[in-house]
Every structure is written in C-alpha cells, then in structure tokens.
Write a protein that binds this ligand. Sequence first.
Ligand SMILES: [Zn+2]
Length: 253
Amino acid sequence: MDCGKYYNQVGEFGLKPEDLERFRQTSRHLLDSGSLLDIGCGEGYWLKFLSETTDLQLSGSDVSQIRLNLSRKNLNNENISLSVDDITELPYENKEFDQITALEVIEHIPEWQKGLAELVRVASKRVVITVPYNQELIYEICPDCGGKAYVDGHINSFTKKDFQNIIINGKVSFKGLKYPLNYYTKKALKEIIVKTKKEAEIGNEEDCTPIICPDCYKDIPSTRYAKFSKRALSRLSKIIKHYPEFLLVQIDK
Ligand SMILES: [Zn+2]
C-alpha cells in the first residue's frame, strides 16, 4: 500500500466540533515551550489550534502532498514549515524536536510499530499520540480486486495492551479521552438517522469520506452510508459501556 497515493485520494475531512474538544484535552499533555513536530498533520487543524493557543515552535509533516497543500491554506502562517514524509522513515536527526505529536495517525499505518519507534527517535523530550480506543474496524470488500477497504482507512485498533506489549524507549502513560456524554450521544444518533436516510438517496454522498481500496485505489461508494451508520452504532455502544473515545499515549524520554 502506497500511503501517499491513498491519502491523496481521500479529500478533505474538515474540522468537526468534537475535534476541537479532543485538541483541548490533548494540549493539556504538552510541554509549553520549545519545538514541536506534528506527524500526519493532514489539513493542519491541530497545528492551527496550537499556533493560536501556544508559543510552541511548530512544524508539520504528512505523507500526502495534497493534504499538506490543504494545511498550508488552512494555517495561513508561513512560519510553520511543512514537509512530505513517511512516518516509518523520517528524514530527521535523533532528538531533533523537543516534542512530537501524531493525532489519529498510527491506526492508518500498516507498520505502526515502526512508525511509533520513529516518533520516539526524533523526539528529545515527549511524544503524544492519540488513537481511537478499541475501535471496531469496519470495511468494504472491493468489487474489483477483493481487497479490504477500511472505513476512514483505519486498519489497526488499539487498547493499552498494544503499547505495553512492545518495547518503547521512554516512560509510557495513558489517558482515555471522552467527549461530553450528552453532546456525543446526540451526535451519534444524528449520524445514524441522517446517514441511514441518505443511504436510500442514490448519488448523494458528499457527507461521508470515501471508502478507498488500498490495493487498487478505487473509491467504493455502494454501501458507504451503511458502513458509517455501523460505525456510529459501534460508537454508541462504547458510550454505554463507558469506554473512552480515544486513547492518548504519552511517552516521556
Ligand atoms: Zn481494489
């Protein structure tokens, strides 16, 4: 799988209100000065949030040139350097940045352990990552090649154990990130109702991100809404079980 080619085709995710809530919760885990490189910066919303709320010296990196172009547009700040990099082979010196962040990135990466080791290698002080917590992975079978095309490209699911079972060069701590209950229950219900309704309307697909085959890079639109509704239902069940929505992993060196 060529991640650059794949994510060039995904298009814009856009900034959702719950992203800002996650940014607020995540930023409490950062050191408040020095340099920070954000890996998998995508459209640059997290960097924008940090540029408006901290004095950190910021850089960003993503595997997709198209997504980096969106970052540049959204950031509107020439002081933030951006570059196209592969997380499993970062072109940076050991400890080149004080802090590294990668928010919702490694669930997309086939060799995620290798990627995480790279994040730790180029950080001198701290690494903060977030991943969806214990997410049910949902996929569509590609009608052309028979490959599995995962919703949102999420190919890995994580609990604390996944990080406790590998060797990490640093002190690892965890925090479950939750959204306010009322807010998120309402949102999940809305997702189910709206997307199930839209499923019946042929050709009206703008609200869901594409489901792209990682083998032949084709968009598989046929049952997109059904898959996203299934995702929303699975989120509701997490709320009922009092699971966090995301797992934050902090690594101090
Ligand atoms: Zn395919």
